[in-house]
Design a binder for this molecule. Sequence first.
Ligand SMILES: NC(=O)c1ccc[n+]([C@@H]2O[C@H](COP(=O)([O-])OP(=O)(O)OC[C@H]3O[C@@H](n4cnc5c(N)ncnc54)[C@H](OP(=O)(O)O)[C@@H]3O)[C@@H](O)[C@H]2O)c1
Length: 270
Amino acid sequence: MTSKIAVIGFGNIAKAIITPLFDKKLINPKDVYCLVNTKKSLENVRKNYKYDVNIFQAGFKGSEIIWDCKVKLLSVKPQQLKNIIEVEKIKNNNNLLVSILAGVTLEKLIKKFPNHKCIRVVTNIPITVGKGSTGISWGDEITNDQKKFIRRLFENSSHIYEFPEELLDIFLSVTSSGPAIIALIIEALSDGGLSGGLPKKLSEELVMEMILGTVSLMKETNLTTTDVKNMVTSPGGTTISALRVLENKSLRSALIEAVVSASNRSKEFR
Ligand SMILES: NC(=O)c1ccc[n+]([C@@H]2O[C@H](COP(=O)([O-])OP(=O)(O)OC[C@H]3O[C@@H](n4cnc5c(N)ncnc54)[C@H](OP(=O)(O)O)[C@@H]3O)[C@@H](O)[C@H]2O)c1
């Protein structure tokens, strides 16, 4: 991968996407030009980031160089997008802009970055450990070679799903907000163990192993959720007693509404 890459907003997710590419030597840090907003972040990257990328503070000397890169990863928060202004000097629509902003549509991106072909990507934080899920919606006129290049940015550290744009909000809700929901479930189940007398750390470890084991069982044996539920729920037993409490507290409905709510929130950024 030889093209120079600009990263507009070198924050958590951008680092999670780019770092594995450096680790696997697919990109040279010298070919990556990163932009942050504050001096604090600039110094933090210089001091603490493990690779020596080209790093600039927005609006300061030298930062315009990012607009010379053919490929740009846009990774500011949606609320910060208004502060990013395309530099007009390039009139070359072979420039690619890959946006990972929640909810910001291709239509909006194309209006804001008329000198770029735009691509919308949704990824999630497990990309940090090479187990991400990445959804891609292509804008118009992206060539097969360009698609191949963009896929390579993500395929080493995530599963790639290519979607029509209208499914990206719900994809984001399930995959990007999902880790927070799962973390909350792990915390709550661990607190259950704690209440029963297990040490906190052990309780958390048991919950995580149980979740990993359940997922592996389902993936390796093609069991459905109903199969698993039936396998561990005996008449008048402990599990049905637990499930009864969850039905009483409407856990299922709460989770469904949580996913729908995150998707609706994503649509509000349009
Ligand atoms: N977090 C997730 O799990 C997740 C998952 C999928 C997608 N996303 C998307 O990823 C995007 C970034 O999220 P994040 O969690 O990585 O946020 P973050 O850590 O806050 O990173 C945002 C970055 O943008 C920089 N920035 C802000 N304003 C700028 C400007 N005017 N010019 C240049 N850089 C600017 C910030 O610099 P300073 O630090 O100096 O302010 C920071 O480096 C969001 O749009 C989000 O929707 C997030």
